[in-house]
Design a protein around this ligand. Structure first.
Ligand SMILES: [Zn+2]
Length: 229
């Protein structure tokens, strides 16, 4: 028997979340450091702004992720409860509903009804959850875990421009922070593309282009403010 083919979608979920968090951390922190440094601020001001950006970003990622995962799980739970009640109150209608779903997917009416009957006997709620509501993993997502992991990913990404800013000296800081951040973005973009089975070069280039654009824009704004204020 040949081995089953490897699907990439399973492991892409958490990796995608981690890469997105790290991307955000790199890009927003680097942009703020570049912007503040371009305004010819003191070293302390630049570092304080960078650290504040990291903390604020990580917390806002955590809060956003918590709310989103929590409300998603909440909605699914409510949907399942509704379905459960409906299955008790109206088993015949629910069976017909399930059969019509399979019919629409291409089964003949008699076969669709038979499939619906057998699945209902085995696990009625599971069948409705999957095929009617599209819920495959019941209560799989943990909001707290999602919150912490995206905050950690953001902070890890933010540390690249921050550590660079800490060690770089005055005149070169903007260029070094930009270069190292763009490099980190390119590596992450490549990793994400590789994991997703997409082109590594294109994945790396896309994120690097937009990264350079964002840093250039904030650098310009910082420069204009630094000159005019
Ligand atoms: Zn149903």
């Amino acid at each position: 028997m040949p081995p089953p083919e490897m699907h990439r979608t399973d492991r892409i979920g958490w990796l995608r979340a981690a890469v997105l968090g790290a991307n955000d951390g790199i890009l927003s922190t680097a942009s703020i450091v570049v912007g503040v440094a371009s305004a010819e601020s003191s070293r302390e001001a630049i570092l304080v702004a960078g650290i504040a950006a990291m903390v604020a970003g990580a917390l806002s990622m955590a809060a956003g992720e918590y709310v989103s995962v929590y409300s998603q799980a909440d909605t699914e739970k409510a949907d399942l409860k509704l379905e459960e009640a409906e299955l008790i109150r109206n088993p015949d209608d629910e069976l017909a509903e399930l059969a019509s779903i399979y019919e629409k997917r291409g089964l003949e009416p008699a076969l669709a009804l038979e499939v619906a009957k057998q699945l209902t006997e085995k696990d009625a709620l599971g069948a409705h959850a999957r095929d009617e509501l599209g819920i495959t993993e019941i209560a799989a997502a943990n909001p707290l875990q999602a919150a912490w992991s995206s905050a950690a990913a953001f902070a890890a990404g933010a540390s690249a421009p921050l550590v660079t800013a800490f060690f770089a000296s005055g005149a070169y800081m903007v260029w070094l922070v930009s270069a190292i951040s763009l490099f980190a973005l390119a590596v992450l973009g490549g990793v994400a593309a590789q994991a997703g089975g997409a082109s590594i070069v294109r994945g790396a280039m896309r994120v690097t282009f937009w990264g350079a654009f964002a840093m250039g824009a904030t650098g310009l704004i910082g420069h204009l403010f630094g000159v005019n204020v």
